[in-house]
Design a protein around this ligand. Structure first.
Ligand code: NI
Ligand code: MN
Length: 227
């Protein structure tokens, strides 16, 4: 069964695996590049990588409306429960769990995680999904770290990487990340949403093509690729 990966703008990614519709970091309201309105999306699972507003975004509203299972770190799932959304599954970095849609592991991310109301958001994370014989790594908001090499040892079909700089890896470090991860394909995200993270994804893609064997895939918000 194919996995369909859709970029909704900024760090919001949809992953469709058969009847399972995963939505990662749904920051749509207030996102000038959002490719969908929150009420247009009907996920069965919502993943939240960390507490910042450009990631938690519309997650609570969407989860309440759809009843979706919210997966995040323990502190953030507690926060969702405190807001009245009971359907959560807490994990933590290094831990994986077999869900009906695949095996999902939380990975290291070097970043912050306070929630918009100031609540403690635990440690930020990335996600590694193994499903349908494929592996997808979402680095989420992070700087470059050498342990990406360990993630790459899993054999990645796709890595989704921030390139915006300022808050996360910029183009130079995202290129180094590709070299550590060695995925078949790489999609750049987390750029252009705000002035301080303006980047040229095509220039980055050219460098990936020239210096690695990874195929860079530059999506426009709303576009998909199939694995
Ligand atoms: Ni952040
Ligand atoms: Mn962010």
């Amino acid at each position: 069964m194919p996995i369909t990966v859709t970029w909704y703008g900024h760090a919001c990614i949809g992953l469709e695996v058969g009847e399972h519709r995963l939505l990662v970091d749904p920051f749509l309201t207030g996102n000038p590049l959002a490719a969908a309105a929150p009420d247009q999306l009907d996920p069965t699972v919502v993943l939240v990588s960390h507490g910042h507003g450009d990631h938690v975004g519309d997650a609570l509203d969407i989860a309440r409306r759809t009843g979706a299972l919210v997966i995040s770190n323990f502190e953030i799932t507690n926060w969702f429960q405190a807001q009245g959304h009971a359907n959560v599954h807490p994990q933590h970095i290094g831990g994986g769990f077999h869900y009906p849609f695949g095996y999902l592991k939380l990975t290291i991310a070097h970043h912050g995680s306070a929630l918009p109301d100031g609540s403690y958001g635990g440690n930020p994370c990335g996600f590694l999904l193994a499903s349908e014989g494929k592996k997808v790594y979402l680095a989420c908001d992070t700087g470059l770290f050498y342990d990406m090499k360990l993630v790459g040892e899993e054999g990645l079909d796709l890595a989704v990487l921030p390139i915006g700089d300022n808050f996360t890896m910029g183009p130079d470090d995202a290129l180094r990340a590709v070299k550590l991860l060695q995925p078949h394909r790489a999609v750049p995200i987390h750029y252009d949403t705000f002035d301080v993270i303006r980047q040229d994804p095509h220039a980055w893609a050219e460098r990936v093509r020239a210096e690695t064997t990874t195929e860079p895939v530059v999506l426009k918000p709303g576009e998909s690729l199939t694995l």
